[in-house]
Design a protein around this ligand. Structure first.
Ligand code: ATP
Ligand code: MG
Length: 231
């Protein structure tokens, strides 16, 4: 890791506001993520955790404030620029439902590589290696509806990491799993992220899931307390 990556934040949200009608989902949230670190975002239901993650990932545009990623402000980018950035630099794992049901698990994992222009053969070879690494090589040919919840989440983690993202966003990735499977998904996700140097922004309610992070921030009423606030 270079001196620059140690000092410069990779992703930094400052004074972010986002309202849905009269609901202020975010009311001055801040968060800093450095290269390779795992940050857990905690807080009660409805406090704005998912909205914060969506603003950081450029899925939702903040009403005001800044979201800087490697020197660029996501809040002023066009939708097209933000979706290009999501494809090249970010990976995503959600609670459920993110795998394409008509495709096999192998084809699902290969999607980010296929979108980046990798030939099918190469994409599927790399996808297969990721499935092995996540200990689900045996479900490669099955469709998501034919695998267990824990296996499906490990397939989703493989897909989030296959194209070498700098940041993986995970919103309650273990929320639908029992504790044993949840622990396994978290162990595999954090190990793979550390090995590849990807940062992880992890939304969770559960302290035992947050225990896999390097740092925790708490969101309450749309405001976050971040120990790493720089400015
Ligand atoms: N698309 C939307 N339209 C309208 N209101 C929304 C929308 N998304 C979020 N909200 C509202 O914004 C607030 C924050 O929601 P958010 O989903 O960010 O909370 P959360 O902390 O992720 O909650 P949970 O732990 O239940 O997932 C809530 O009051 C919610 O009802
Ligand atoms: Mg949420």
């Amino acid at each position: 890791m270079s001196a620059e990556t140690l000092t410069e934040p990779l992703l930094q949200a400052t004074d972010v506001h986002k309202s849905y009608g009269r609901t202020a989902a975010l009311d001055g949230a801040a968060l800093t993520v450095r290269a390779g670190e795992v940050v857990a975002v905690m807080g009660p239901s409805g406090s704005g955790k998912s909205t914060l993650l969506h603003c950081l990932a450029g899925i939702v545009r903040a009403d005001s404030g800044q979201v800087r990623y490697r020197g660029r402000d996501l809040t002023t980018m066009s939708d097209r620029e933000r979706s290009a950035l999501r494809r090249t630099d970010f990976g995503f794992v959600f609670q459920f439902g993110q795998l394409v049901p008509e495709l096999t698990c192998l084809e699902n994992v290969a999607i980010p590589l296929r979108l980046a222009g990798t030939r099918r053969r190469d994409a599927e070879a790399r996808a297969g290696a990721w499935l092995e690494r996540l200990e689900v090589g045996d479900v490669a040919g099955q469709r998501p509806g034919e695998v267990s919840g824990g296996q499906g989440q490990r397939v989703a983690v493989a897909r989030a990491l296959v194209a070498g993202p700098r940041v993986v966003f995970a919103d309650e990735p273990t929320g639908a799993l029992d504790s044993l499977n949840g622990e396994r998904v978290m162990r595999l996700l954090t190990e793979a992220a550390h090995d590849t140097g990807a940062a992880v922004v992890l939304v969770t309610h559960e302290a035992r899931v947050a225990a896999y992070s390097d740092r925790e921030i708490v969101v309450r009423d749309g405001k976050s307390r971040d120990t790493e606030r720089v400015s």
